[in-house]
Design a protein around this ligand. Sequence first.
Ligand code: GLC
Length: 574
Amino acid sequence: MSNLKWWQSAVFYQIYPRSFADGNGDGIGDFKGITEKLNYIAALGVDALWLSPHFPSPNWDCGYDISDYCNVAPEYGSMEDFKVFLDESHKRNIRVILDLVLNHTSDEHSWFVESRSSRDNPKADWYVWADTPPNNWQSCFDGEAWTYVPERDQYYYHYFMKQQPDLNWHNPEVKKAMWDAARFWLDLGVDGFRLDALGTIFEDPNLTPHTVPMTLAELRRFSDLAKTPEELELKDKYWNDMFKNQWGQLGVHDLMKELRAILDEYEGDRMLVGEDDNIDYMGNGNDELHLVFNFPLMRTETITPDHVRENQTERLKQLDALSAKKGWPCNTLGNHDCSRIYTRYGNKLHHAELARLHAALVLTMKGTAFLYNGEEIGMTDHMLTDISQVKDTMGSWYYHAIVTDMGVHPDEAMARTAEMTRDKNRTPMQWTSHPNAGFSPMEVSTWLPVNPNYKNGINVRDQEQNPSSLLHYYKHLLRVRKSSSALKEGEYIPLHTEQKDYFAFVRQADKQSVLVILNFSNNHLELNFSTTKEVGGSNLKILFSSAERRIEEISSTLKLNPFEVFIAEVVHSK
Ligand code: GLC
């Protein structure tokens, strides 16, 4: 029996509720739709769901601006619909974690409505207020970080949009209210939370101004146009310098300890995963977050064997060094905030092969894995062409800022906006080859346009019927992972670490050793593992090969096809 907790061996699947499945035919995803698709999710073979925010929201930031933490957005259904969804998920052994947004609420939340009404109401101190803007801080979404409220003749602070005022976490009443909201969902039986933007909860108490000689819009524009190595380096420096005083403050640790203690009161190993890559948020390994994401893995233009090896060496070393208990890794390559894996890490010639390689990477590396809905059928970014289609407010804000204030031509501005807006990777899930991709009835206008490539086989139904589809490939890999103790819990041992063309490693558990080779190149490779301690002298029992090899057992000399994914159990000779 494995000693792992459920969230360690799990593969999570992120559902973006607005775009997953439209059960009532209004062009927007909902709980009825999600519940109807639970058999699909179970058949895919994932163990848990992370649901992006499903709470009432005016949707300036697509649900990340919450106006009621203990309710369900009416467009997604009722509380009863949520309970049915949760229950039906649990019946299928699928756990569910929710998104908990701690840093800010919507400006339409009753807490903020009250807070902004006067300087002496009971919630006057629930947000971050100042008489005059105390510095030049920027909001990372829409310009100035301080917005004026005439009723108070004061300014409030917002790290994100002005419709997302930052809560004042120094106020114990705020803490209590938010922990009550967390308990509300834990009492209903949810299995944990993904913590949104936790690094932004506190700001530098000295309110130190940033030193970048630009506004946010100017910096974005500068980044768009940066080409030379110097400009690219300067751009990164500016982004860091502009925001470094507005996040990463130590106070977050005490909050995480409190929240962890609340989760630990509940049965069933409830869990927390932070939207941050800072391993310090795991505390001593036992007293803060259970997981943080390995974002450095995805912070690269191209995934190469060297990049992955360096990433693993560094992350695993840090995780192992936690003082009370080793930390557990958590890997992902995509989510609702970034370009889709298929588009982002593809190259013009080998998109399909690379998508398979990257899926295999995330599912064989040591750690919990997170997938983003649609990646299993190879959904791609969809570029919007008209500003009226843009729903991601940070995109429309940028468009208007550069057209109006900088005189950029609207066509160019639109092309830039389509690239930077997160709408491109949030389009409706493609279920069939019917109009609207089977997401909504054909006559309905969906909340974001459907990517027309659903007609070309990028949809669930077509791929279910095609044994060589990406969907079948994901299902197969997920089955292999599930039935292998080494892939779920084994230690990571890198092999042939100088090689640029392929990434080879062993996952070694007590009862099983598995060799994984990912050929990142377009070349046939002939590999020899006979002198490799972990593999030499053993037979290899193939568990999975993207080249669909028939042979069951082979020796330690191997011929690999271009871009092949090869997974085999190392069977030591008696
Ligand atoms: C997180 C979310 C992102 C959101 C932001 C503000 O980064 O993933 O979608 O816009 O926080 O809540």
